[in-house]
Ligand binder design. Sequence first.
Ligand SMILES: Cc1ncc(COP(=O)(O)O)c(C=O)c1O
Length: 392
Amino acid sequence: MKQYNFDEIIERRGTDCVKYDGMAEAFGGKQGLIPLWVADMDFATPDFIVEALKRRCEHPIFGYTFANDAYYESILSWLEYKYEWKAERAWLTYIPGIVKGIAFALQCFTRPGDRVIIQPPVYHPFRLVPEAMEREVVYNPLKLINGRYEMDFAQLEEIIDPRCKILILSNPHNPGGVVWSRETLARLASICAKHHILVLSDEIHAELTYPPFRHYPFASVSDEAARSSISFMAPSKTFNIAGIVSSYAIVPDDKLRTTFFRFLEAGEFNAGTIFAYEATTAAYTQGAEWLQQMRAYVMDNVRYVNTYLQQHIPQIKAYLPEASFLVWLDCRDLNLPQEELVKLFTDRAGLALNDGSMFGPGGEGHMRLNVGCPRSTLEKAMSALEKVFNQK
Ligand SMILES: Cc1ncc(COP(=O)(O)O)c(C=O)c1O
């Protein structure tokens, strides 16, 4: 069995990647920070995907191309293999990115002034996209119970009114790293179905769920969930191909699907690219072993950070992610105003993390650390952070 090398340092500077080449602009012109922010990984995209793309490049014409049977079958088999979920081919469509998919659904199913519920602290485009479209964002903040986030159903029932049309769900949750249980998702589905609220379930981090946790596709948990949701999935985070733009939506309900697919069709938003189809098919037909090895490596990175913090910087606590390569750090014991907290990481430690406050209420006092990188990068980062505390 092939052993993949996740320790390899690959120079990404000079590829126009946001994480490195866009860092100075995002961090006030600061140079030389260690990039631990944008949610892609510093591992090589697996060889079987690169080979598939190269093979396609051997043909010299890149004309209009449709999604073939192998593409659909690869997705359906993967969903069954990973989640024991038998989706149907007719429910699937390519979409050019999950954030764009959410934006399309907002345009298709809501009007300006309609309300959209989100559960902060949560992935910031869930707030930014509806707001930019003049939809009103309503918060149903997560509750922290014994260091783990839970949904607040009582508060959800209180805030729902007839203007609430959509709830955007992060399943699993970014940045909190929570894998939602089947019961939680079914309860959410039942409340939303009762109030005719469409759930947009963003499942981009699902494939990187750590056993014994188990990911449940939202639409698979109950009939109500299937009837009242659009799910968004992608191989992009898992196989490190975000720049290829290869996502898909799954809509089991006939009526919702007809409306949504007609909208997508009208703007040809469902027309994928050659490389998206090739990369997705390769990932889902050949990717299981690579994913297992990558997941084990990233989990070790999580353990490394957690142990390091416990031993050297106990004022900062890591929530152990149940999925994804993103580690949410609780820095509230430092008692710093958010601006000072960000400066501590950026100016004093030389690290580029995501400022927790960008994820909305509940994000203050937190930072988000991306551990999808070689261990040696994390070792440098942790040691730089520790120095800040030793110098105090
Ligand atoms: C929860 C979540 N959804 C969506 C995205 C972005 O997906 P896309 O690039 O397909 O729009 C990210 C990227 O970090 C994410 O964390």
